[in-house]
Design a protein around this ligand. Structure first.
Ligand code: ADP
Ligand code: MG
Length: 643
């Protein structure tokens, strides 16, 4: 019958400078199922190296390894992990238990990767620990156990998935002699039950307790003495499989991530800080942007929505607009007789110094038609606005806004007063108040006079700056706009004007605030990116710090994907938690800001919050991936021996 383990011509070399030194030289070794074997030899003779090759933790540079008649050399890392999981149990000199897990948690790790149902594996872990005399210590962590107890936990872990072959490298090396003897009795007991046991030791007393002793020197086997008989081979116990092993492993990875975060609270928090700040600024900026946009839009809606403004030039921001002077009072007159026009008012913009008694104020003077005040939804608070007749006779009458009235006349009644507008005396006939925000220059004093007066007495211009047309309710805005465009194009011979209505202004404002919000949000996204890089750094540190843990997990049969998942989940959890804290911070800041400045309005959109949470998870996955992959690719031997 073919032996369980069969090594032929095994050679293992390490690079030393530019040389290669052979640590194992042509090792041939057969181990039968159920044997108990000691590998002895001086320190540095290659025992551990051989042991690591036996347990698929290391690969030889040359030679063949057959396990159960199967050639191992060509297998992928995950296949080797499966073989380790199903057939091997490792016992290390330094126990190599996971410090964050209690005894039961440590023992069940190999079964987690095997996919055994949770209840079954916990029962089995408890039973094994109880059998090894640790029934009272099930929920103790390694730090709370003695060396001998820790080593028994690691024996239980080795037996968890059956432990058909137990590989123990100097298992008594760190134990006192009583604990050492107890461990050897335990291993002999297991041998009697049919486990194949390989022990590396330099203690002749330990070797004498084994039926077969293989001695190594300088990377070669120099003697192989057999005594006693091989035990009976055994088969692995079968627990029920978990219903969804993948999901179960995911949950374990989640629990591990939480434990790791809890173990490093301060560091986790500092790692999150970048994400917290990034998410908080994105959410706040978007809230501030949509809040102020909403405010501006609300004030526009106070302006009549059926008014069309016609201006010189080809659009807002057109540099030539100030030189285009094509709109005239005649255009306004022509528009006024159109069926769709319910009211037409030209506008002439100018400015002048207003004098009243000793008071002298510079004011913006707007020449308008009588329809202007209704078209722009002004409310008259005193007196009345001028009429068509006043416009027709270039009347020296003026309407003043409430703020201006107060600044000139203080508490006195302005109506009937005469002020000097430059060198032209005008009589105040009414006071008006603008509703909502008015556009254009906002000065402290606004004076409205008939446009005819403005053109003839003030600016002397023969054109008007704009024409406001209030569209009759019977007409669609689109139709009216088309007809106005047609009429004026015919009159001017070309389209040297443009139309705006509250809709187009609304669009312009929306798009400007959106652009601004996007810009600032873009900066915030950069800070998120920086936060992500921070997460990556800390995760890389964490991987380095937990190299041993990773080594242990790989040794007991974790797949690469299991390791990747564990670290990815940790990164995602850090970012997700950071995202949630960031949102909380944004909401808290918003509360403070609205309390301090009641005028600001913040509108938190669910979309921006959902996007923030999603993007923090994406950051976790993106920036956690490299460290996670680095962890899964660690060389198990190196990981286990790193101090
Ligand atoms: P033993 O377990 O018998 O004390 P090892 O198998 O650990 O010996 O080591 C055998 C030899 O291989 C030693 O000389 C050691 O220095 C060398 N060696 C082990 N691991 C490495 C490595 N990763 N790189 C270089 N040399 C190594
Ligand atoms: Mg060694």
């Amino acid at each position: 019958m073919e032996p369980l383990i069969s090594l032929r011509g095994i050679r293992r070399e390490y690079a030393a400078g530019d040389q290669r030194i052979a640590v194992l030289k042509d090792v041939d070794l057969d181990i039968g199922a159920g044997e108990m074997l000691a590998i002895v030899g001086q320190s540095g003779s290659g025992k551990s190296t051989l042991m690591n090759i036996l347990g698929f933790l290391d690969r030889p540079n040359a030679g063949t390894y057959r396990f159960s008649g199967r050639e191992i050399g060509a297998l992928a890392p995950d296949d080797l992990a499966e073989l380790r999981r199903e057939h091997f149990g490792f016992i290390f000199q330094r126990y190599q238990l996971l410090g964050d897990l209690d005894a039961v948690g440590n023992v069940e790790v190999p079964a987690v990767y095997k996919g055994m149902a949770r209840a079954d594996r916990r029962d089995r872990a408890r039973a094994l620990l109880t059998r090894l005399g640790l029934g009272e210590r099930l929920d103790h962590r390694p730090g709370e156990l003695s060396g001998g107890q820790q080593q028994r936990v690691s024996v239980a872990r080795a037996l968890m998935n059956g432990g058909e072959v137990i590989l123990a490298d100097e298992p008594t090396g760190a134990l006192d002699s009583a604990s050492g003897a107890e461990l050897m009795r335990l291993l002999q007991e297991l041998h009697a039950e049919g486990h194949t046991i390989v022990i590396v030791t330099h203690d002749p007393g330990i070797a004498a307790m084994c039926e077969r002793v293989v001695e190594m020197k300088d990377g070669r086997i120099i003697s192989d003495s057999r005594g006693g008989v091989a035990g009976v081979p055994r088969t692995a116990p079968q627990g029920r499989r978990a219903l969804a092993p993948g999901l179960d492993r995911l949950r374990e990875a989640f629990v591990m991530a939480l434990k790791a975060m809890a173990a490093h609270r301060m560091r986790s928090f500092l790692t999150m800080l970048g994400i917290i700040i990034g998410i908080a600024s994105v959410v706040s900026v978007v809230a501030l942007g949509s809040g102020s946009q909403q405010q501006v839009l609300a004030s526009i809606s106070n302006i009549g929505s059926n008014t069309i403004d016609i201006r010189n030039g080809s659009g807002f921001g057109n540099r030539d607009a100030s030189r285009v002077r094509s709109l005239t009072a005649e255009d306004a007159a022509a528009l006024a007789v159109q069926p769709y026009a319910a009211g037409v008012s030209p506008t002439v913009s100018s400015s002048a110094t207003i004098r009243y008694g000793a008071t002298e104020v510079s004011a913006s003077v707007t020449g308008v038609g009588e329809e202007y005040f209704t078209a722009r939804a002004f409310t008259t608070t005193a007196g009345s606005t001028f009429d068509a007749d006043a416009v027709a006779r270039h009347a020296q009458e003026a309407v003043i806004d409430t703020d201006g009235a107060e600044s000139i006349f203080d508490k006195a009644d302005p109506v009937g007063q005469v002020v000097m507008m430059g060198r032209v005396p005008v009589r105040i006939v009414g006071v008006v108040e603008a509703s909502g925000t008015s556009f254009g220059p906002r000065s402290s004093l606004n004076l409205f006079i008939p446009y005819t007066t403005a053109m003839s007495r003030l600016s002397g211009q023969d054109y008007v700056n704009s024409i406001s047309v209030r569209v009759s309710d019977d007409f669609e805005m689109d139709t009216a706009e088309a007809l106005i465009t047609q009429l004026l194009t015919t009159r001017h011979g070309k389209e040297d004007f443009f139309l705006t209505n509250t809709d187009t202004i609304r669009e312009a404002i929306t798009s400007t605030t959106q652009t601004l919000t996007l810009l600032i949000a873009g900066i915030a996204v950069i800070s998120l990116f920086v936060g992500g890089v921070g997460v990556m750094n800390i995760m890389l540190v964490s991987v380095t710090e937990r190299t041993k843990e990773i080594g242990v997990r790989i040794a007991v049969g974790a797949r690469r994907a299991d390791i990747v998942t564990q670290f990815l989940i940790e990164a995602v959890l850090v970012c997700l938690l950071g995202g949630i804290l960031g949102i909380a911070l944004a909401l808290g800041l918003g509360r403070v800001v609205t309390l301090a400045m009641p005028d600001t309005s913040l509108i938190y959109s669910t979309t921006s919050i959902v996007v923030a949470v999603l993007s923090s998870s994406v950051i976790g996955v993106t920036f956690g991936f490299l460290p996670a992959r680095a962890a899964s690719r660690l060389d198990p031997v190196e990981a286990l021996t790193r101090e």
